[in-house]
Design a binder for this molecule. Structure first.
Ligand SMILES: Cc1ncc(C[n+]2csc(CCOP(=O)(O)OP(=O)(O)O)c2C)c(N)n1
Length: 665
């Protein structure tokens, strides 16, 4: 570690962070200078005295994770990355918030070296960090003492907004229950948000008592007291049985004489006059902008040298550990690579000819996959019994005992999604998580972020239509499929039978560049008579199940509607109406196919009808103006499955009737 610099140099280092941020926001004429200016002290202490990182190897497996949950303060992170020697240049800082720059408005994972998570939607980063700490605890438990990922901590800067969001409450409750002691969260307790002081909306609760009640270890410290901050971090790290929150009392926009401590430093530049006044107040040269004084550079060089030495020592320990633990080393590599067997698809297909609900068929696939993929881990939001997500024999993750493969998220869908993202950001596990499809609405923010950030997360969403039956419209998804398919880079897969369920899981396990949602039935689905069960065909997202000579009509269906659609086509055939049947378990995968394949499946000369027990707006772009979408455009009803099929016109006879009427009209 670097020696602690003189008070004068320390002040210079902190002001460097402040004014890199303020200058960048001024230049971009947009952004938030307040948080970086207020948090510069605590960030300086954390990054120079505590955080383990290696700019030459930003993804070093045992680095400390740093999450800027309050992503609007992104210039704080970019300034630190620059000073610490990550591939973020002064020029990159000058291009803050510009098109294709490395320094977008909010941190984006995969875009800037050293950025651990995409943050900005408040509360998400808080919960992501919990996922990272969970992953660390789980993998470390599997590898045993002395392993090469056992030392790191997850640090975050969280703000008033983060703590007001419900997702943070869910995640904090989960972390407290599971005793995730390697979490060290620094709360930027500045009592200001956009609309003014927190007294207008956040005064009724005592954050310290709330977090203590969750089972956290809570401390308070002055935001300009470097030694105090450092001691609080030491104490937080020493408390391994409880997550830690350090309330750091800061002044937002510190140094800006007129605006500090007010929401005026939020969401817009200081302005030339106030920027000048701030520089004068803190005795900082007015020019040049983006100034990094030589002695500050030299200090950070020394810091980096200390970090590199720590890394080198770790690398030697890792090498020795690998030699003495060859089996564990293999397991570690299977996690690091999220390794899959070459014949995964074929192995998952075994036994897939059984007819059952797709959730039950999925359960069988999960358990086959779990035996083949060590990094696969599961969990559900208190619906494992209904989602059938349990990895049998995998054991439960419990407070202080992390070796299991099944996480009990409790009834915390929002945090579950965000924790799964944390696991996926780290890339040490392939997490899947389950709930009812209707409650995907409770998970939507992290699902969107998983898609945006290209994370491999698998959602097991069961009870996927009105056909879940008697629970009625509160539990019956109608518009969810349409809404989910609108999220770019989310693959929504709704398999029809065992074969498609196995193929769906193969897709989800193989696909690394984004999340995959498996949408599964509660009820048994019918048997499909198919021309081919070639896995390569299934992987195309949409394919012809049955041709019909001379047909001018193609009927597309998904999931539980495929079998009744096939029956409906038999009824129509008896009346001399020939129609081809197409299954389209994954619309996004199909739309990524070459145009000629798409035309082969949905010929332009054909009339197109889509059948799906859902809102179905997206099917119109394939059905066209003279097409037909047999879907559901109102909320469901509480009734047995059969009655619902009649009521919503989705029994084979009603489907046939509707198609006939449409053709006649
Ligand atoms: C979920 C969500 N809602 C709203 C916003 C818009 N927003 C950005 S910053 C902010 C308030 C910030 O207050 P605080 O978290 O205390 O940060 P500070 O004022 O300390 O910078 C809001 C509402 C957001 N980013 N995320």
């Amino acid at each position: 570690m670097a020696s602690i610099p003189t008070a004068e140099l320390t002040e210079k280092c902190v002001n460097t962070i402040r004014f890199l941020a303020a200058d960048a926001v001024q230049q971009a004429n947009s952004g938030h200078p307040g948080l970086p200016m207020g948090c510069a002290d605590l960030a300086h202490v954390l990054w120079t005295r505590h955080l383990r990182f290696n700019p030459r190897e930003p993804r070093w497996m045992d680095r400390d994770r740093f999450v800027l949950s309050a992503g609007h303060g992104s210039m704080l992170l970019y300034s630190l990355l620059h000073l610490a020697g990550f591939e973020v240049t002064l020029d990159d800082l000058r291009k803050f918030r510009q098109l294709h720059s490395k320094t977008p408005g909010h941190p984006e994972f995969g875009h800037t070296p050293g950025v651990e998570v995409t943050s900005g939607p408040l509360g998400q980063g808080f919960a992501n960090g919990v996922g990272m700490a969970l992953g660390q605890a789980m993998l470390s438990a599997r590898l045993g003492p002395g392993n090469p990922i056992e030392d790191h901590f997850v640090y975050a800067i969280v703000s008033d907004g983060d703590l007001m969001e419900g997702v943070a409450a869910e995640a904090a409750s989960f972390a407290g229950h599971d005793k995730l002691g390697r979490l060290v969260y620094l709360y930027d307790d500045n009592q200001v948000t956009i609309d003014g002081r927190t007294s207008i909306s956040f005064s009724g609760e005592d954050v310290t008592k709330r977090f203590e009640a969750y089972g956290w270890h809570v401390q308070s410290v002055d935001g300009r007291d470097h030694d105090g901050i450092s001691r609080a971090i030491d104490a937080a790290r020493a408390e391994l049985a409880r997550p830690s929150l350090v309330r750091v009392h800061t002044v937002i926009g510190y140094g800006a004489p007129k605006k500090q401590g007010t929401s005026g430093v939020h969401g817009s530049p200081l302005g030339e006059e106030e920027l000048k006044a701030a520089k004068e107040f803190l005795r900082w040269p007015l020019e040049p902008r983006f100034l990094v004084p030589d002695d500050v550079r030299a200090f950070w060089k020394e810091v980096a040298a200390g970090k590199h030495a720590a890394y080198d020592a770790w690398a030697r320990r890792e090498k020795a550990w690998r030699e003495t633990h060859p089996e564990k080393a293999k397991l570690l590599d299977a996690h690091l690579g999220r390794t899959l067997p070459a014949d995964l698809g074929a192995r998952l297909l075994e036994g897939s000819e059984v007819v059952d609900s797709t959730r039950k068929l999925s359960s069988a696939v999960i358990n086959r996959a779990a035996a083949l993929v060590p990094s696969l881990m599961g969990g559900s939001a208190d619906l494992a019994e209904s989602n059938l997500t349990e990895i049998k024999g995998g054991g439960s993750v419990a407070p202080g005992a992390y070796v299991g493969r099944n996480v009990h998220y409790g009834i915390r869908e929002h945090a579950m999604g965000a924790i799964a993202n944390g696991l996926a950001y780290d890339g040490l596990f392939i997490p899947f998580c389950g709930t009812f499809l209707i409650f995907s609405d409770y998970m939507r923010p992290p699902v969107r972020l998983a898609a945006l950030s290209g994370l491999q997360v698998i959602y097991v969403w069961t009870h996927d239509s009105v056909f879940l039956g008697e629970d009625g419209p509160t539990h019956q998804p109608v518009e969810q499929l349409t809404a989910l398919r609108a999220i770019p880079n989310l693959h929504v897969v709704r398999p029809a039978d065992g074969l498609e369920t196995a193929a769906a899981w193969t897709h989800a396990l193989t696909r690394r560049e984004g999340p995959t949602a498996l949408v599964l039935t509660r009820q048994k689905t019918g048997k499909i008579a198919r021309a081919s069960s070639d896995p390569a065909l299934l992987a195309r997202g949409g394919y012809v199940v049955a041709e019909a000579p001379g047909a001018k009509l193609t009927v597309v269906a998904t999931g539980s509607e495929l079998a009744p659609a096939q029956e409906a086509l038999s009824l129509l055939a008896k009346k001399g109406i020939a129609a081809r049947l197409v299954s389209m378990p994954c619309l996004a995968c199909f739309e990524a196919q070459p145009a000629d394949y798409q035309r082969q499946v949905l010929p332009s000369a054909h009339r197109i009808c889509a059948v799906e027990a859902a809102r179905g707006l997206e099917w119109w772009r394939h059905a066209g103006r003279d097409g037909l979408v047999i879907g559901i455009d109102r909320f469901g009803a509480s009734a047995p499955e059969k009655a619902l099929a009649e009521e919503f016109g989705l029994s084979p006879a009603r489907i046939a009737e509707r198609i006939e009427r449409w053709l006649a009209g």
